[in-house]
Design a binder for this molecule. Structure first.
Ligand SMILES: Nc1nc2c(ncn2[C@@H]2O[C@H](COP(=O)(O)OP(=O)(O)OP(=O)(O)O)[C@@H](O)[C@H]2O)c(=O)[nH]1
Ligand SMILES: [Mg+2]
Length: 245
């Protein structure tokens, strides 16, 4: 039987989407969970990970308290000194790797390496110390890495409307702000789903704005190259104080 349209997938002999051999390794997707000191990053990764998460918790010392005051997170006794790592298998072809960043300022130098190849990030905000998420927001904005802000609502924290948080943090209208409880798997996966929707939306906008530039460059090879939608890490990095460099 002849088909009038190549996109017709009814032909079982010639599927429109190539079948990937089942033996090839799954595609791995990297997502960061960032935010200020004690915002709930380790808790978040632990709640959504299907494996026992790798965490690098150490007891807080008096010295670290001098650098990162415990005001607002007084119940905390440990901190992440390197990273948290978790995994979510989406399907047999796609696996999500979650990397939780360390929150204390003295470990921010690790963020640069951790963000290499990251698809996007969840920035956890603790409304008791909202300003602590500014550094993470700046970090991802400067590198063009898509992120959402997930407001982790602690029991003793004030409940703000998402739009109030957007205004206080100075987020653009496109950045989603969601509420979450980092202790709950369903809440964490909801935040991750919001991030993936945002990344898909960003990628659609980038491809449609890149299309005319591609056409122009086919006419004139000297036209400036359009930004690559698949390269989330821009070469620019900040050396300003108060932010991971
Ligand atoms: N009530 C409440 N407690 C939470 C929530 N999320 C985290 N916690 C608690 O807050 C404390 C700090 O959480 P962590 O997950 O260690 O925070 P973190 O961001 O990884 O901390 P650092 O790595 O030190 O920056 C822990 O005792 C958690 O149990 C939440 O949504 N609600
Ligand atoms: Mg932690």
């Amino acid at each position: 039987m002849a088909y009038a349209n190549d996109c017709d997938t009814a032909d079982p002999v010639a599927p429109a989407v190539p079948v990937v051999p089942a033996t090839s390794p799954p595609v791995t997707l990297k997502i960061l969970v960032a935010g200020g000191f004690g915002a709930g990053k380790t808790t978040f990764v632990g709640a959504v990970s299907e494996i026992e998460p790798l965490s690098t918790e150490e007891l807080l010392s008096g010295l670290s308290e001098a650098a990162d005051p415990l005001e607002g997170v007084g119940e905390k006794s440990t901190t992440t000194v390197a990273l948290d790592f978790g995994r979510i298998t989406l399907d047999e072809r796609h696996v999500l790797y979650l990397f939780g960043t360390p929150g204390q300022q003295r470990f921010w130098f690790l963020w640069e390496e951790m963000c290499a190849g990251a698809l996007g990030a969840v920035v956890l905000a603790d409304t008791r110390r909202l300003a602590d998420c500014f550094a993470a927001v700046d970090f991802f904005e400067r590198r063009g890495i898509g992120f959402i802000v997930a407001v982790n609502e602690f029991d003793d924290g004030h409940r703000y409307e998402p739009e109030e948080v957007r205004e206080a943090v100075g987020l653009g209208p496109d950045v989603p702000v969601v509420r979450c409880d980092a202790r709950l798997t369903s809440s964490g996966t909801g935040a991750l789903a919001a991030l993936v929707r945002h990344l898909l939306c960003m990628s659609t906008v980038r491809s449609s704005s890149a299309a005319p530039a591609t056409r122009a460059s086919s006419v004139s090879p000297a036209s400036p190259a359009s930004a690559s939608p698949v390269s989330p890490v821009s070469p620019a990095s900040s050396s300003e104080s108060g932010e991971p460099s």
